[in-house]
Design a protein around this ligand. Structure first.
Ligand code: ADP
Ligand code: MG
Length: 346
């Protein structure tokens, strides 16, 4: 549905986006996550044809945004960071205005009525936009993006400046729209992206530094594949059962946290998932009971800090290329680019 290759954008001498590559399939809900100034809005403005690109190619449903802008843009509904609402229009007047602007072919009244119902702004449809709360204004902006029924919705920081209740409402609306649309939304807030998106593209200083599901990112980046098992019964029985599992590097007893039980940290020899076999061995052993088993996965917050080199491990990766070789390609690329950037600067 959306194909981006080698996308680069310069503002004068400032490199805002460098060699971005990604494909988004129909029906995906993808989050652009990155701190302010990362390049999220720049990429969105290019995808929607509002901004030209310096290098690279963007295709929407097979149409090149530079050579076929009309056909490409028709497939996209855009909510910019600051939606251009006309404050002296009523909501309905504004949506009619957008309808005319986009030269939509559907029957006018039923189309706009349907959108008003979908984003739940019926009760304010005939009020002036200037008298609406920020939450309602954001809904009107989303309604504007939906005019013409585009397949793709691009929402730039859709919940910024809203109160917690409004944030939840907009999130619910986005999830609902995600059933029938391909959506890209941007945010600098981790929990936001985690709540709505199944895929996260992490952008930092103009570079895509990761692109995966929140869960997979967490797995990939975790340098610690250890498991923690809470087992009821004698330590020697527990250890002998654990040690009968193949591909175990070491086991460490962490002590008693709950009466009659002990916690064990188990390090697998490699990245093999040993959970199935471990549970089986523990179940076979008499006199002990496995009460819980957990892995040491990172939260999206920790992943983000690690990828952007702002936590201790991240700093280490960014400094030490030998260590980086072991890690995911994504990080290696980021380190490479950071180094060549530093060389350029010097
Ligand atoms: P984000 O949306 O992730 O906060 P932006 O895409 O707005 O980031 O900005 C990326 C970088 O490009 C920032 O360093 C920003 O200062 C710069 N930038 C954005 N727009 C312009 C512009 N029109 N002219 C010059 N620099 C810009
Ligand atoms: Mg922005």
């Amino acid at each position: 549905m959306i194909e981006v290759s080698g996308l680069t954008k310069r503002y004068g001498s400032h490199l805002a986006v460098k060699d971005a590559n990604f494909t988004i399939q129909k029906g995906e809900v993808v989050g652009f996550l990155g701190p302010n100034g990362a390049g999220k809005s720049t990429i969105m403005n290019i995808l929607t044809g509002y901004l030209s690109l310096t290098q690279g190619k963007v295709e929407i449903d097979g149409f090149d945004i530079m050579t076929d802008p009309e056909l490409a843009k028709k497939r996209i509904g855009y909510l910019p960071e600051i939606p251009p609402l006309y404050l002296d229009m009523t909501v309905r007047e504004y949506l009619f205005f957008i309808y005319d602007l986009k030269k939509v072919k559907f029957p006018k009244d039923p189309h706009i009525d349907e959108i008003i119902r979908l984003v739940r702004i019926t009760e304010v449809a005939d009020r002036l936009i200037k008298n609406l709360s920020k939450g309602y204004r954001q809904r009107v902006g989303i309604a504007g993006a939906l005019v013409g029924n585009p397949d793709v919705l691009i929402l730039d920081e859709p919940t910024v400046g809203l109160d917690p209740k409004q944030i939840i409402e907009i999130r619910e609306l986005i999830s609902k729209l995600g059933k029938n649309h391909t959506i890209i939304l941007s945010s600098h807030i981790l929990s936001e992206v985690q709540a709505v998106c199944k895929r996260v593209i992490i952008i930092n200083r103009g570079h895509i530094i990761a692109d995966d599901t929140p869960e997979a990112l967490s797995k990939k980046l975790s340098t610690d594949h250890s498991l923690i098992a809470r087992i009821a019964g004698k330590e020697e029985d527990a250890l002998s059962a654990i040690n009968s599992v193949r591909k175990i590097e070491t086991v460490e007893c962490l002590g008693e946290y709950e009466k009659g039980t002990k916690d064990y940290r188990i390090y697998p020899a490699d990245t093999t998932d040993i959970r199935g076999e471990l549970i089986k061995r523990l179940a076979e052993k008499n006199r002990i009971n496995l009460l819980s088993l957990s892995s040491n996965e990172l939260t999206l917050e920790q992943i983000f800090l690690r990828l952007t080199g702002e936590d201790e491990v991240g700093k280490y990766f960014n400094e030490d290329m030998d260590t980086a070789i072991e890690v995911d390609e994504v990080i290696v690329d980021a380190v490479d680019e950071a180094i060549s950037e530093m060389e350029e600067e010097n």
